[in-house]
Design a protein around this ligand. Structure first.
Ligand code: OVV
Length: 401
């Protein structure tokens, strides 16, 4: 007996084109409507955009592993541009020791010691920004400034050279996509940024008590090898800054455009964490990651062929009306848990508690002092092959009396 698999729908749009990066929602709608799996002709890869299938693929690490890279490049045939991440770009069993070392260092319990200090830092920053004038760029003065103030200190790296962190991360996230103009633009300065980042991963650079030193202490205990330790530190510096910046940017843009939601948060500051997760769902700062099909995998009746890359649209899953009521609406009344903005399954963001604490500290400090975050000019999108965020977010901060 022969069975004929239904033809896979084909989409000819380049999801990494400037038009789609400017506004990905129409493309994502088309992707979801076309079917559970779509062939993206421009890059000859497969794609998923519905919540049910994206989520199922994310937790199915056996059939959709990460070891061939989570970008477009297929490491079965191409060489990685940097030594692969021991967390992001590996599968069990190799993945597990680095993850087991890092997870407790970044756990809610371990972060308790940082909370008070981060809240104080956030209040100081908000005071400074308010003093600088009512009209500010919320991206540079808040969304970038706050993580750059607290996170590298928590890792334990020196002050000198921190300006390398954002461009390094931005290029890294571009490099998960095709070699387009965004990648070409970052390539010339990459060696300086990567050289600095890699140098910060050495044991003698990392201050006592920080996340970095704790990773090295795990190597001393034998939980990971001394060769693995610097690469685990590199993951913190790779994934820990730009992502949080764009998560905070999403919160601030949501609050600028939804004054009634800002009023709700001010009335009930305990909603800060829900606000952050709803912003991560709504904006999905990390839009996409690839997997590879390790065998022929049937998804909703269509087959992803063995050895082929498949692009999972986290942002699309987080806007799938099959899963979310009025998905395009930013709403503090909804329960955003279950969103895949931090991924799902064994690779789910190990730093999410750090990001939530940063967001809670900043939003709480703002809620205390700022009555209204009013748009004050046209915001500008930042284009990146993987991340969705803002380049510029002009706002007027109306102080609370
Ligand atoms: C989630 C993520 C993004 C980028 C880099 C890494 C992880 C890493 O582990 O290096």
């Amino acid at each position: 007996m022969t069975t004929t698999a239904p033809a896979i729908p084909v989409n000819h749009v380049d999801p990494f084109s400037p038009e789609v990066l400017e506004d990905p929602l129409p493309f994502q709608h088309a992707l979801r409507e076309a079917g559970p799996v779509v062939h993206l002709a421009q890059h000859d890869v497969y794609a998923m955009g519905r919540y049910e299938h994206v989520r199922a693929a994310l937790v199915d690490w056996q059939r959709f592993p990460s070891g061939a890279g989570v970008g477009l490049a297929n490491w079965r045939y191409e060489k990685p541009w940097r030594p692969p991440s021991l967390l992001l770009e590996t599968d069990p069993p190799h993945h597990d020791a680095p993850r087991a070392v890092l997870a407790p260092i970044l756990s809610p319990r371990a972060l308790r010691r940082l909370r008070e200090q981060w809240c104080t830092e956030a209040e100081t920053l908000v005071d400074e920004v308010l003093a600088s004038g009512p009209e500010v760029d919320a991206m540079s003065t808040l969304a970038e400034a706050f993580p750059l103030r607290v996170f590298p200190d928590a890792v334990g790296i020196p002050r000198e050279g921190r300006e390398h962190l954002l461009p390094y991360g931005d290029h890294l996230f571009n490099a998960f996509g095709p070699e387009n103009a965004l990648v070409a633009k970052g390539a010339p300065t990459l060696p300086e940024h990567a050289g600095w980042v890699n140098a910060q991963c050495a044991r003698d650079r990392l201050a006592e008590g920080g996340f970095g030193a704790q990773i090295w202490a795990a190597a001393d205990r034998g939980d990971i090898t001394p060769e693995q330790a610097p690469l685990v530190v590199r993951s913190l510096l790779s994934a820990g800054v730009d992502t949080t910046v764009h998560g905070l940017g999403a919160c601030l843009s949501a609050m600028a455009t939804h004054p009634e939601q800002w009023a709700r948060l001010r009335a009930q500051p305990g909603l800060a964490r829900v606000a952050f997760d709803e912003a991560v769902r709504w904006e999905s700062p990390v839009q996409t990651f690839f997997r590879i099909a390790d065998v022929d995998v049937s998804v909703g009746g269509t087959v992803v062929p063995e050895g082929r890359k498949i692009l999972m649209f986290l942002g699309s899953a987080n806007h799938d009306p099959r899963r979310w009521d009025a998905p395009d609406v930013f709403d503090l009344d909804r329960d955003p848990s279950g969103h895949v903005g931090f991924g799902m399954g064994l690779h789910q963001c190990v730093g999410q508690h750090v990001a939530r604490l940063e967001a809670e500290a900043l939003l709480t400090a703002l809620a205390r002092r700022v009555e209204r975050i009013a748009p004050a000019g046209t915001p500008r999108r930042h284009h990146n092959n993987t991340m969705r965020g803002w380049e510029s977010l002009p706002v007027r901060l109306v102080p609370a009396v």
